[in-house]
Design a protein around this ligand. Structure first.
Ligand code: NAD
Length: 305
């Protein structure tokens, strides 16, 4: 398969490391130094301390990445619309577009550039971080869940087959379950991501007294909003799910929002707790805790020099 990855950051590069084994992969990014490093020396992927160098193509010029069967969008959710606008050239009439990004609203952004039947959404518990130009850490993970926005399952089926060939466990769900998949990850992200960034703690510390009460308050609001949006989620189930997740993480784990704040980058807060606040307003569900967290994260962003 001819695959263009839009956004050669942590996740884009980690996925390229797998997909380049069997497919023709090109990375597109605005970060020149990183693209040059990949073209000069290859892309180095560190996994559990061992390094492997792979050789996907890489470019800052979307015209060099035309004609893909599949475009995987791996910019931050707040960049999705802007990045697709600037890189429209990578999309052909029949190109499938996949997003495994976090946050709410990526599907609506992508639909401005691709027909519904070509758009595949998904989630993954795989994780990665950028260590420097041309160097990325693959933090592991197990699953990729994908599904189409439209009724046609064939595109998602092709993507799953292409991913499995490269050792990526990928399950396909129908359109009915895609929204549930996105909300499922959103609820957990809204419970943990901002708190870890605000308090500068490791993610499993959220299990401690006061902190667990705090994540439960955020989680409760997200579940109430999800229910108002027609999803069948139960607060108690999600509290248990989050506790199990927090217990399973390594002691050093930190959320992506902590990493963004630490690197003084704009966060995805408006696509996480911010989305809960907006949807809560629309549906008449109060979300004061989520709103406070959104203001606090923006206040931190405003302090970046
Ligand atoms: P990242 O910041 O490491 O990478 C994003 C890349 O997009 C950057 O290299 C940036 O230069 C590039 N970019 C920005 N604007 C661009 C444009 N106009 N054209 C081309 N490239 C552009 O982000 P990430 O951690 O890889 O996360 C990507 C998405 O995946 C986010 O939604 C995130 O929440 C989600 N996610 C991340 C992880 C993780 O462990 N990092 C895990 C699961 C999901």
């Amino acid at each position: 398969m001819k695959i263009t990855i839009l956004g050669a950051g942590a996740m884009g590069c980690m996925m390229a490391g797998f997909l380049v084994k069997r497919h023709d992969v090109i990375l597109v990014d605005v970060w020149k130094e990183h693209i040059e490093a990949i073209n000069d020396k290859g892309l180095c992927i560190r996994f559990q301390g061992e390094e492997t160098v792979v050789h996907p193509k890489a470019t800052t010029d979307p015209d060099q990445a035309k004609g893909a069967d599949l475009v995987i969008v791996f910019v931050k959710s707040i960049q999705t619309a802007g990045a697709l606008e600037k890189n429209k050239a990578v999309l052909g009439g029949g190109t499938l577009v996949l997003s495994l990004q976090n946050g709410y609203g990526n599907d609506q952004d992508i639909l401005k550039f691709a027909p519904k039947n070509n758009v595949i959404m998904g989630t993954t518990d795989r994780a990665a971080s950028v260590l420097g130009p041309g160097l990325v850490n693959n933090s592991g993970g197990r699953y990729i869940h994908i599904g189409p926005l439209g009724e046609d399952m064939s595109g998602a089926g092709k993507i799953a087959a292409a991913f499995r060939e490269c050792g990526l466990d990928t399950d396909v769900y129908d359109a009915k379950h895609v929204n549930e998949m996105i909300w499922d990850k959103l609820i957990i992200n809204c419970a943990n991501n901002a708190l870890v960034a605000l308090l500068d703690i490791n993610t499993p510390q959220l299990l401690q007294e006061h902190l667990s009460d705090s994540f439960k308050m955020l989680l409760g609001e997200s579940v109430k909003v999800s229910r108002a949006c027609g999803l069948p989620f139960e607060e108690g189930v999600y509290v248990e799910k989050n506790i199990a997740l927090l217990k399973s993480l390594s002691k050093e784990a930190r959320t992506s929002m902590w990493q963004d704040v630490n690197k003084k980058r704009r966060t995805e807060i408006d696509r996480m707790n911010g989305a809960i606040v907006r949807l809560g307003r629309e549906k008449g569900v109060p979300t004061p805790c989520s709103e406070l967290v959104v203001h606090l994260i923006h206040a931190i962003e405003n302090k970046y020099v």
